[in-house]
Write a protein that binds this ligand. Sequence first.
Ligand code: FBP
Ligand code: MG
Ligand code: MG
Length: 289
Amino acid sequence: MTVSDPVVEDVVATISRSATEIRQGLIGRRGTVDEQNPSGETQAEADVWADELLSDRIAGIDGVGQYASEERAAVVDCGDDPAASSAYAVAVDPLDGSSNLQSNNAMGTIFGVYDAALPARGDSLVAAGYVLYGPITTMVLATDETVSEYELTGGERTLIERDVTLPAEPVVYGFGGRVPDWPADFREYAREIESELKLRYGGALIGDVNQVLTYGGTFGYPALESRPEGKLRLQFEGNPIGYVVERAGGRSSNGSQSLLSVEPDDLHDRTPLHVGNDDLIERLEAALA
Ligand SMILES: O=P(O)(O)OC[C@H]1O[C@](O)(COP(=O)(O)O)[C@@H](O)[C@@H]1O
Ligand SMILES: [Mg+2]
Ligand SMILES: [Mg+2]
């Protein structure tokens, strides 16, 4: 199944083709480099390499005007200005959960295609999705039309589920950050959820969100006492994941409003991130109000 917008299809096809290569290229790139990304985190060799690979390919697509990534400070201008033309801006988390490289656990690649210049609000996304490097490589893609899941092999993208929707009955939860660092109101809410749902937490946003999309439930990386702005990045993680989960019938929140309606100040803004079934996000927002 191809996406009807040819530029979006080109972006999705490029990322699909690159995914098998990225997966293979992780071998031998599990170490860290002596650099920090704009969020002040030590970069893995694979973070830097995957960013280079994706920027070269995505910036070359006709109709893409900007490329931005968690791993580089500034937006790359690569065509027409999205603010003044019909070009799109593509924002990428080249490797999500790259600290899981060391322990060989799940990781992903996240992307968002914005119809606006970056930084942009999530409601200007026209498509977003992620690749999950699990036992098999899959892609979840959300567009205006639908949310679909694909298997990726040798450059091929094979549809395995059309119209993916969040199961109505929540089953799993995962919350990031250390419990003593959780604000009291979130801790109280989490206590309730722990008694209702089953813990599934692997330390990579993509792996954890894909469990929620598969089984129903909620994932949260909340505001912390030590970091009220949260850990995850709005342009590269919060908006695309919020878009996918909302298109699949769930909700997203920064604690008080949909992630997609948050006005960004800076390309590398962080945000508390919560996604999941409607009533769970409603309870979360009530608990934090
Ligand atoms: O282990 P921590 O520090 O709580 O962080 C876990 C979170 O950080 C992330 O690894 C951040 O993503 P990156 O690996 O892209 O920086 C998320 O995937 C995950 O949810
Ligand atoms: Mg990430
Ligand atoms: Mg990353």
